[in-house]
Design a protein around this ligand. Structure first.
Ligand code: TRP
Length: 461
């Protein structure tokens, strides 16, 4: 097949740089700025960070290369890409399920992702209006509790975020996704650097650095290793077809290896800068690094509220979080929208609207998880208190993404012919290729297999 006949009907990125911006936009999100700091705090800092970095480098980058190459080979939505490659390569049809699982995972993840992003939207206005100024721990705690306990207000913020997401996806690959990231990503970097500069002046910058980068093996539990590895998938947007569908819009001649390395490095850089910006503030205010998911929404407003210029910096911080979440959210529904456009001859605008409405409706379950529908259950020895929200998070991050990532590696490593893989990677058959091929064929299946077996209790660390 020629490169021309392999062009996606949805268009292409205008350049490799545009793809890098879009994929980095997908990767950098609540995972980096909200989740990475709090799981680092919970798992004791430096040692956890080191394992996370190793997982990104050793498993994340090779799996990302697999996902991009599968996407570019198929040049269609993940479901149709799998259909096409299954036919072309004579692979069992069951693999098409991987495309469907990705679409389902995208709906599920975005349904709760949008609710949390909605909190961030709410906090932009709270910070800007000076609601945090001079606040006490009790006051901030009550403010967060009010939001969690108020489904109507959360529904409003969730609606705003879903509309933002749907509008961008409706505009399509070039005028929608690409235009959004072209401006949002550089803005994000600038805002992070502003926040970093602010943190350097708290007087606690070195404490923050020491926390993030001092390696203490005694703090490295088996559970921490597993958490670090799972987060590598989540933060790089791997395992559900988001990177696959972005790869399907990648011009045929761009190097997949270099591109994947660049994206992973930018994503990691943002997580580390976010950590370096947040922990000095946490220490300056004498807060608890292991405070959990509330680290940002509960503790940072308190920190901002008691610092000079805090309402400006606080508002900037939450604007940044919304931007990051926005460019991630669009990638979560792009696989479903692309499929509707291909198979149902629906206009992209209508497809985005339909997918947006379904996700918005699903999000209501997450909103009610924190109030009217709240219930407790036990998972892996921990008590979860937010019912459906926790179930969705566990189902997607702990089960669907690792299995999806494993499947992508196996698909590229064992199912596709070596010649198609070589043809798509365009990196020759040298040492780099052989390392990658070994990792996706053996290392990734074994490593992810262990994570999964641990989850279902067959293997225990
Ligand atoms: N990577 C994003 C973050 O860190 C979230 C995300 C976007 C994602 N698309 C994804 C996670 C696809 C898994 C799969 O916030």
């Amino acid at each position: 097949m020629t490169d021309e006949s392999r062009k996606s009907i949805h268009g292409q990125w205008s350049s490799r740089l545009a793809f890098i911006l879009a994929a980095t936009g997908s990767a950098v999100g609540l995972g980096n700025i909200w989740k990475f700091p709090y799981i680092t705090g919970e798992n004791g800092g430096g040692a956890f960070v080191l394992v996370y970095l190793l997982c990104v480098a050793i498993i994340g980058i090779p799996v990302m290369m697999s996902e991009v190459l599968i996407g570019r080979r198929g040049r269609r939505s993940p479901i149709n890409t799998m259909r096409m490659l299954v036919a072309e390569e004579g692979i069992p049809r069951i693999w098409v399920l991987l495309g469907w699982a990705g679409v389902v995972a995208g709906f599920l993840i975005l349904s709760y992702y949008s609710v949390i992003a909605g909190w961030a939207v709410a906090y932009v206005f709270r910070a800007a209006s000076g609601a945090f100024d001079g606040a006490t721990a009790d006051g901030i705690s009550a403010m967060f509790g009010d939001l969690l306990g108020n489904p109507e207000s959360q529904l409003g913020w969730h609606t705003i975020f879903m509309v933002m997401t749907t509008v961008v996806v409706a505009r399509g690959v070039r005028s929608g996704l690409e235009q959004a990231v072209r401006y949002l990503m550089p803005a994000l970097f600038v805002l992070l650097l502003v926040l970093l500069g602010f943190s350097m002046n708290t007087g606690y910058f070195s404490d923050g650095l020491a926390f993030l980068f001092t390696f203490d093996v005694s703090k490295l539990s088996g559970a921490a290793v597993l958490t670090a590895m799972g987060h590598a998938f989540f933060t790089l947007s791997l395992g559900m077809g988001a990177i696959m569908v972005y790869g399907s819009y990648l011009p045929g001649n761009a190097s997949i290896a270099k591109t994947s390395v660049t994206i992973a490095m930018l994503d990691t850089l943002v997580a580390l800068i976010a950590g370096m910006a947040i922990f000095p503030i946490v220490f300056a205010e004498g807060l608890e690094p292991a405070a959990g998911p509330g680290l940002i929404f509960h503790s940072l407003p308190l920190a901002f509220g008691n610092m000079p210029g805090g309402s400006v910096f606080g508002a900037l911080f939450f604007v940044l979080l919304v931007f990051a979440a926005w460019t991630s959210a669009i990638s979560l529904i792009e696989p479903a929208v692309a499929w509707l456009v291909e198979n149902r001859a629906v206009k992209r605008r209508n497809a985005a609207g339909l997918v947006g409405v379904i996700t918005w409706l699903l999000g209501i379950a997450t909103i009610l998880s924190f109030n009217r529908w709240a219930f407790e259950f036990e998972f892996a020895g921990e008590t979860k208190t937010s019912g459906i929200f926790d179930i969705l998070d566990i189902l997607t991050s702990n089960i669907m993404l690792p299995l999806g990532g494993l499947a992508m590696a196996v698909f590229a490593g064992w199912m596709m012919s070596k010649s198609s893989v070589l043809d798509e990677l365009k990196m020759g058959e040298g040492a780099m290729f052989r390392v990658w091929y070994f990792v996706v064929r053996y290392l990734t299946p074994v490593a992810v297999g262990i994570v999964f077996l641990n989850l279902i209790g067959v293997v225990t660390f």
